[in-house]
Design a protein around this ligand. Structure first.
Ligand code: APR
Length: 177
């Protein structure tokens, strides 16, 4: 079964168990995909987020999805791009910690946005392989966890870059011809 899919679209419309929000450390909403998810979920999402008392960069916290099609939202805080090795480590942690949380809650399908590639300035050419390779490695390390992962790209350019990273990953997983 293809466990890692790359799609283009609006993450708030996806019919998956869980969508991931690219939040900020306050977890009190913002612009970009954070704003879109809060608008689609309704005010109860913010009310629940208030009870979480924020989230550290690289960490992830779960709430219900309220008016979203998705039953859950996992809020994770990506790094603000600084051009240091820490950026990649923190970005990878967002994907890994979100997948761990999904596994704990027996979530069977999850969609990620391109975390940190908007307001937080992470160059998407760098972020795409980090996202895809981190998810691919986690899925390989957890064969017992049949979770389907969608990378939901908002722009055509993001979709092309994520597809390229996924194709490169499949090549390495298949090994030499
Ligand atoms: N569906 C899917 N992806 C989306 C959507 C959407 N509806 N809206 C935006 N995106 C994409 C952007 O195009 C970008 O590729 O999500 C990616 C992440 O961009 P941002 O939302 O700006 O998130 P990020 O770069 O992680 O910055 C987080 O921005 O919105 C604030 O509160 C948020 O302070 C936090 C910061």
């Amino acid at each position: 079964m293809e466990q890692l899919l790359i799609e283009q679209g609006d993450i708030t419309q996806l019919e998956v168990d869980c969508i991931v929000n690219a939040a900020n450390r306050s977890l009190l909403g913002g612009g970009g995909v954070d704003g879109a998810i809060h608008r689609a979920a309704g005010p109860e999402l913010l009310a629940e987020c208030r009870t979480l008392h924020g989230c550290q960069t690289g960490e992830a916290k779960l709430t219900r999805g309220y008016n979203l099609k998705a039953r859950y939202v996992i809020h994770t805080v990506g790094p603000i791009y600084a051009g240091t090795p820490q950026d990649a480590r923190l970005l990878a942690s967002c994907y890994r910690n979100s997948l761990e949380l999904a596994r704990e809650h027996h979530i069977c399908s999850i969609a990620f946005p391109a975390i940190s590639t908007g307001v937080y300035g992470y160059p998407i050419e760098e972020a795409a392989p980090i996202a895809v390779n981190t998810v691919g490695a986690w899925l390989e390390e957890h064969p017992d966890c049949p979770i389907a992962v969608v990378m939901c790209c908002f722009s055509r350019r993001a979709f092309t870059l994520y597809r390229g990273a996924a194709d490169a990953l499949h090549q390495t997983q298949k090994g030499p011809e």
